[in-house]
Design a binder for this molecule. Structure first.
Ligand code: ZN
Length: 65
């Protein structure tokens, strides 16, 4: 397996902080991720138009079967 590289700075990742090279880069990524989540209002799991929505409005049973 090739050594993973830090997605933040491209340095070889450290085992303790994989896939990042350091805790700092992990933090950077986390902040980036969080700010990205906060920046985007609601566009990720909007199961309104999702075709594979697990919980749809499906009535359990109609009584007669
Ligand atoms: Zn890094």
């Amino acid at each position: 397996m090739p050594d993973p590289t830090c997605p933040i700075c491209g340095k070889p990742a450290a085992q303790a902080t994989r896939p990042f090279c350091s805790r700092r880069c992990a933090d950077v990524d986390l902040n980036r991720w969080l700010s990205g989540v906060y920046a985007v209002p609601a566009t990720e799991l909007d199961d309104e138009d999702g075709e594979a929505a697990p919980h749809e409005e499906t009535p359990p049973r109609n009584g007669s079967r």
